[in-house]
Design a protein around this ligand. Structure first.
Ligand code: SF4
Length: 271
């Protein structure tokens, strides 16, 4: 861990134009606009990333749910989804070298690693970290909002592309061109807040023939989220309602819940 002070967050001044592209009418003025510039190299010229936390836990989502996993959470996000459960990652973070992150990951001995955020693709050097971990034969999941270009991602990594539904408040940030860049092992996820979100997601699944591509298509019922400093908060959707809608739809959607929130208190960090 470096000795940099905490809370060094990505300010709007540190953000620049990016392939994340679209504008949003729902984004608060306080949200960084887009991509974060590369940070200057750390001590000894080693590249660094802004990291919120690193922890070893049980993977709670995706088709990899249930597996032990090391999570590397990058700081900063340019979206403000109303149900975000990691608002603390918007501003809390420290610089850490990629060498340091690789060393800690290897120390845990777990083969599965998830790179998450915040929005991990805002920091271009994340691709160096992913490449290093793939070279070490780790299975690297990248959880991304779908609002950043996935083209630079290492082909050995596995993307969990979280397409934003209208209930998130950030639906207009989806970068639809990402769908044409998905690789066979990548997964598509929708977080559903209500019936309107469900129908919108089903329309997108049909429109883009998402179930014909071979990529798993996941749907999660939103978990209750209290309003925060920068997010609006959101009431929960009962899993049974989503289950009923999926069954009625006849679509081969894979329903998921957040396993880690069933194991630990939902507000617990680092699990
Ligand atoms: S849910 Fe993800 S994309 Fe949305 S604001 Fe939170 S960290 Fe950003």
């Amino acid at each position: 861990m470096s000795n940099e002070p905490a809370d060094i967050l990505p300010s709007p001044e540190q953000a620049s134009a990016s392939p994340c592209g679209a504008t949003s009418t729902s984004r608060p003025d306080s949200a960084p606009a887009a991509r974060l510039e590369d940070e200057p190299a750390g001590t000894g010229g080693r590249p660094r990333l802004r990291i919120n936390e690193v922890f070893h836990s049980i993977q709670g989502e995706s088709t990899w749910a249930g597996r032990p996993c090391v999570f590397i959470r990058l700081a900063g996000c340019h979206l403000r989804c109303r149900y975000c459960d990691t608002e603390y990652a918007f501003k809390e973070g420290r610089f850490r070298t990629i060498d340091d992150l690789v060393e800690e990951t290897v120390r845990h001995g777990t083969r599965l690693v998830e790179i998450t955020g915040g929005e991990p693709l805002l920091q271009p050097r994340v691709h160096d970290l992913v490449e290093r971990l793939c070279d070490l034969d780790r299975t690297v999941l990248i959880e991304t909002s779908g609002a950043c270009d996935i083209a630079p991602c290492d082909p050995r990594s596995i993307l969990i592309l979280d397409l934003k539904t209208p209930g998130s408040g950030e639906c207009d940030r989806n970068l639809w061109s990402n769908l044409d860049r998905l690789r066979p092992r990548d997964e598509i996820k929708f977080v559903v807040t209500d019936r309107g979100d469900f129908e919108w997601a089903c329309d997108r699944i049909r429109e883009h023939r998402l179930l014909d591509r071979g990529n798993p298509v996941l749907m999660s019922p939103v978990f209750e989220q209290a309003p925060g400093l920068e997010i609006l908060g959101c009431p929960a959707l009962h899993p049974r309602r989503l289950a009923e809608w999926i069954l009625e739809s006849g679509l081969e959607i894979r329903m998921q819940t957040q396993l880690h929130k069933a194991i630990w208190d939902p507000s617990t960090r680092g699990v």
